[in-house]
Design a protein around this ligand. Structure first.
Ligand code: ITT
Length: 211
């Protein structure tokens, strides 16, 4: 069976692939590179789960294959949960390379928290992982399946960038019980504790049951 990963984020894709692979999922996992005409989905929902489902539904409908999507972001306590579902586009600057956008978002969160004391810098990464199995898929072709699961990683925002791994807000995020940012960890180490790791390990179990 083939499963399509419905993301255009080139840094998320290998994380999703690695987590599903390590979970022992017995499927051929492909990205959107194989589907150049796949629709771009506007993230119009107010929740991570809602947006993840929109993305998975659109790609399942386009490809006729089971599709898995991630919608994720950073919720900062001192900013009342912002940037949340707006995490990717928070800075409002859409550079041609995703790296530029990440840098602008990092500048913004460091700037917004510049005067926030050490004990009020709590934050969490959240990921919703959605699975849509379209009608006609073996072994239950008469059944359409939609599932969403979430994962959360609690931590805090540090005062300056540290580390070169990962993407997005990783250089300023230190998980609870850790001293290093998630950008200072190997991919395996980050995936073992991350919001995306938790969500996609759960989803892999469901995929294994369904396919
Ligand atoms: P797709 O919708 O195509 O998957 P996207 O980058 O637009 O790609 P989201 O809308 O889910 O994805 O936004 C996720 C943003 O949240 C991402 O761009 C980062 O800024 C942030 N983020 C999510 N997970 C992260 C992680 O593990 N480490 C650091 N930042 C993360």
């Amino acid at each position: 069976i083939t499963v399509v990963l419905a993301t255009r984020n080139a840094k998320k894709l290998p994380e999703m692939r690695a987590i599903l692979g390590e979970a022992g999922l017995d499927a051929d996992v492909v990205g959107l590179a194989d589907y150049p005409d796949a629709p771009e989905v506007a993230e119009t929902e107010a929740t991570f789960a809602g947006n993840a489902l929109l993305k998975a539904r659109a790609i399942a409908a386009h490809t006729g294959l089971p599709a898995v999507a991630d919608d994720s972001g950073l919720r900062v306590d001192a900013l009342n949960g912002m940037p949340g579902v707006l995490s990717a586009r928070w800075s409002g600057r859409f550079g041609s390379r995703s790296g530029d956008k990440d840098e602008a978002n990092l500048d913004l969160v460091l700037d917004q928290l510049a005067d926030t004391p050490e004990d009020r810098r709590g934050a969490e990464f959240v990921a919703a992982a959605a699975l849509v199995v379209p009608l006609g898929t073996a072994p239950r072709p008469e059944e359409e399946v939609e599932e969403v699961v979430e994962g959360v990683l609690r931590g805090r925002i540090v005062g300056e960038r540290r580390g070169a791994n990962g993407f997005g807000y990783d250089p300023v995020f230190v998980p609870d019980g850790e001293t290093r940012t998630t950008a200072e960890m190997s991919a395996e180490e980050k995936n073992s504790m991350s919001h995306r790791g938790t969500a996609f390990r759960r989803l892999a179990v469901r995929l294994g049951e369904l396919l």
